[in-house]
Design a protein around this ligand. Structure first.
Ligand SMILES: NC(=O)c1ccc[n+]([C@@H]2O[C@H](COP(=O)([O-])OP(=O)(O)OC[C@H]3O[C@@H](n4cnc5c(N)ncnc54)[C@H](OP(=O)(O)O)[C@@H]3O)[C@@H](O)[C@H]2O)c1
Length: 311
């Protein structure tokens, strides 16, 4: 397994990470335990979850599975989205973050969170309040590093510059929507990350499964796959995208690789990407996706893939 620095922090994460938004509903506790056992064997140490995934059950199942082996993992969770019906049960206020961190720690059965991420920018809370609160959590030891999710480049710049001026902790990572068919972040966010050495964590790296190549023009979504019901996946099921995936699958197979491996390796070839947190609903997905870890695309190969994507 290859490890990369988590942005400009000293901690190292595996290039293959795990997205766990299906843990606790589609993936039950026994399977989560198996996945964590296998992750240890494969050297996969980076786990991404959030307080709201699977109605809190993603954190609960991880809490059980990680007991006694927290030192083998770097766990990232998030706060911001609605966790209750009260007027303060969402957002980036000191009130909600402080309540949120305690609730996550209880569910995770831990005394700390390795990477605590603001799930979204909050237009109603002054960024000074958010950053001061996050710094307090780092100083208290409850949180080790902080990150952002789906922030614009200007929001990251404002937050980190303020933190730097005050001597507070800065965001070491940003997590945003990024894969072969969704490249908006290449315009502003990734250049900002390059300038400041912020780690970039792509979310939906497989376009919800579409980039595994298991969706076909003839058959559509396979039985039991997310694309049967998810509009997010269905938006990619166009003729042009099927043509791209068919060509890319052939390109990968000529190198004895799969389409999913190519989607992951292509992300790992982009600047600042530290870990690819593909989601999984089966143990085999982790085993298959982990094979991308040793595939370093050359600059020429990345250009060939980009040419196919541009068609
Ligand atoms: N920060 C944010 O706002 C945000 C937003 C979204 C996601 N995320 C994070 O990003 C992670 C990844 O996103 P995601 O899971 O939604 O999407 P994804 O990684 O693009 O797609 C994962 C899905 O693809 C299918 N799959 C994965 N590997 C496969 C393989 N080898 N063969 C066949 N099918 C395979 C599985 O779905 P099926 O088995 O159902 O087909 C799996 O659930 C999440 O778990 C979460 O941690 C963060």
């Amino acid at each position: 397994m290859e490890y990369r620095q988590l942005g400009n922090s000293g901690v190292r994460v595996s290039v293959i990470g795990m997205g766990t938004n299906r843990f606790g509903n589609k993936v039950e506790q026994a399977e989560v335990n198996n996945v964590i056992d296998t992750a240890v064997d494969l050297g996969v140490n980076f786990i991404d979850t959030a307080d709201v995934y699977a109605d809190n059950q993603s954190e609960v199942t991880l809490g059980h599975a990680l007991k006694g082996r927290w030192d083998k993992f770097v766990l990232a969770t998030k706060v911001y989205f609605k966790t209750g019906d009260g007027p303060n049960d969402y957002g980036a206020s000191r009130y909600h973050i402080m309540n949120g961190v305690e609730a996550s720690l209880r569910r995770l059965q831990s005394d700390h969170i390795d990477l605590y991420q603001m799930h979204r920018w909050d237009p109603l809370t002054p960024i000074e309040e958010t950053m001061r609160t996050l710094d307090d959590l780092v100083r208290s030891g409850k949180v080790r590093y902080i990150g952002a999710s789906a922030y614009a480049a200007w929001q990251l710049a404002q937050a980190n510059l303020l933190a730097e001026m005050r001597g507070w902790s800065r965001f070491v990572t940003v997590q945003s929507h990024y894969h072969m068919l969704e490249r908006e972040v290449e315009k502003e966010v990734i250049p900002y990350c390059q300038a400041e050495n912020i780690g970039f964590i792509p979310y939906f790296p497989l376009a919800g499964g579409f980039l595994t190549g298991k969706y076909t023009r003839e058959e559509g979504a396979p039985e039991g796959s997310r694309g049967e019901s998810s509009q997010y996946v269905q938006q990619y099921m166009t003729d042009a995208n099927y043509t791209r995936v068919e060509k890319l699958t052939t390109w990968a197979e000529n190198r004895e690789r799969t389409m999913a491996e190519l989607a992951i390796a292509w992300l790992l070839a982009q600047p600042q990407v530290c870990s690819v947190i593909s989601g999984l609903t089966r143990l085999e997905h982790l085993q298959q996706n982990a094979k991308a870890a040793d595939w370093q695309l050359t600059a020429v190969e990345v250009n060939q893939v980009n040419d196919i994507l541009a068609d």
